[in-house]
Design a protein around this ligand. Sequence first.
Ligand SMILES: NC(=O)c1ccc[n+]([C@@H]2O[C@H](COP(=O)([O-])OP(=O)(O)OC[C@H]3O[C@@H](n4cnc5c(N)ncnc54)[C@H](OP(=O)(O)O)[C@@H]3O)[C@@H](O)[C@H]2O)c1
Length: 215
Amino acid sequence: MTKLRVHNFAISLDGYGAGPNQDRNEPLGVGGEALHNWFVATRTFQQISGKEGGTTGIDDDFAARSFTNIGAFIMGRNMFGPIRGPWPDDNWKGWWGDNPPYHAPVFVLTNHPRALVVMDGGTTFHFVTQGVHAALQRATEAANGKDIQLMGGASTIRQYLRAGLIDEMHFAIAPILLGSGEHLLAGIDTPKLGYRCTEHVTTANATHVVLAKGS
Ligand SMILES: NC(=O)c1ccc[n+]([C@@H]2O[C@H](COP(=O)([O-])OP(=O)(O)OC[C@H]3O[C@@H](n4cnc5c(N)ncnc54)[C@H](OP(=O)(O)O)[C@@H]3O)[C@@H](O)[C@H]2O)c1
């Protein structure tokens, strides 16, 4: 059965998945770029960036898990880009260049309709205005028996969490404080929703935790 999985979602020690004031120059908000220091250093990240080298070991093992058995992706519109409100034109096609690292259908949640965008390498961006359940249904059909990766950002994960639809979540807690921005779990009763911590391990760069539904 298709699972909805979160991987490599980095949060600060004070629980933020992005800093404040996201914009074109600060895609992760002010100070937020440091959330990904652990990930950027890994061999997995270097490979998807077309480079050699990178760290191996625990950080890289977690990073690599996100590439197994994924047939579709879901993300929020703020993760897709810095434009807010109605799309002024079709020029913005994500942060990732002509050949994004998804190579599969990506369903972007938004309140503002937009036509499908076909990229190189098998990535297609579909803009879904009917909400989280509709996006999940379309992603499930597109995944064709594989799992779906829920990319974020915080608002998107919070909605799927509250609906109890996420099967497992890997968070990397980065050793930084952001103070403000997009908080991931504030006000969400994860134990009541049925989640428990099934893995935790600390490296020099991050504390990795996996939350999953369990008995
Ligand atoms: N820490 C990490 O590992 C990580 C991972 C991924 C992303 N990020 C960062 O997280 C930030 C984005 O997170 P975020 O919480 O601000 O936003 P987000 O979840 O990426 O997107 C939220 C936006 O998506 C649209 N949307 C969400 N749910 C919807 C629904 N049910 N129906 C219709 N539209 C819906 C709305 O946009 P409209 O109303 O404008 O259409 C909403 O404002 C970025 O800075 C990104 O770089 C961090």
